[in-house]
Design a protein around this ligand. Sequence first.
Ligand code: NAD
Length: 378
Amino acid sequence: MLHSAKNLLTHMSRRAFNQQIGKAAGMMALSASLPAWPYQEKPEKKLGVALVGLGGYSTGQLAPALQQTQYCKLAGIVTGTPAKEKIWSEQYGIPHKNIYNYENFDTIADNPAIDIVYVVLPNAMHAEYTIRAAQAGKHVICEKPMAISVQECEEMMAACREAGVKLSMGYRLHFEPHNQEVMRLGQQKVFGNLTFVTCEAGYQIKDNWDQWRLKKALAGTGALGNMGVYAIQGAINVVGENPLYVTAQEFKTKPEKFKEVDETVTLQFEFPGGTVANLQTSHNARMNRLYAAADNGWFELVPYSPYQGIQGKSSEGALALPQVNQQALQMDDFAYYILHDKPTRVPGEMGMRDVQIIEAVLQSAATGKKVPLKNLAF
Ligand code: NAD
């Protein structure tokens, strides 16, 4: 794999990079290496991405990130809100022929300007729009959680397989340098065997009690399928193994607000190599940390998963790594792998594995029993 600081610089301003490096110079750097990045060459063409669902994440993160990508660009939108068509069309120069609504979405099959459909809808809509996009012959990026059931994940993967299109997850942290570094530290046992991992991801809902994230029919689960996915991913990514067992507990302190879905969940993984993980997620508490204890040291990320500002250190010093545009790198990576007909590093199978784990967590929380994690998809 080729990699260089130059590639990262395409996704962050040179000034910001210099500031990072300047700050880092005063700290003891565990690793000066930049994350592995697979490509150097200029693309022959940028693949066209259509965002489906123009809510907070598309508006605040994905569309701006698509202004920084090298291998793909914002080419189309799919929205149920006509007022957004004009706003987005003007802001991003999207031609009328590349604007769809949920009814005429399937005609996107006839549009060669769209190569990738990015599904950024409430969780319960991921399966339908992934399958419709695949049947229209488009590659798909699906936001997390992949779906609200394992059954749906299977149908999504089957649709993509049958259509011969690639399916990837919106797992942006796989493209973030601090997260890549702790994966390396854990998986390569730089500090020896990992003995214990803690990972937590949550925020507090204080108002807007009508939002879809609190409705089972649209969200599937509460905090677990939302921020809990980061906690699950964090532990598995640094250990580099799938867990053998999960035990889980759910706590509701505001049952009148969290009527339909979980509020706070804690869970424990037992890994085949002996590592134990204790994870937590909540829609009623702020938490954002990854910590790993090893035989000969430790490392942590605090905060672990925001879009910007991730910081890390280890028993040997600070992790001196740059801030990047995670979403731009994530989408470029997928586009690059489509252009080179290679598999994505965050495939649908990984998303399905996490939904399998979510179902096991819910089972354990409901029964109070340890649940074996068998036949995981990834
Ligand atoms: P949001 O509520 O801000 O936006 C949802 C969009 O879906 C809106 O444009 C809304 O109009 C549309 N929509 C269509 N049908 C709807 C319906 N029946 N009910 C409600 N909305 C409907 O949500 P968001 O924060 O943009 O999240 C969208 C998806 O992206 C979720 O799956 C979420 O988990 C994921 N997400 C991922 C990240 C990440 O860092 N990877 C961050 C935020 C959100």
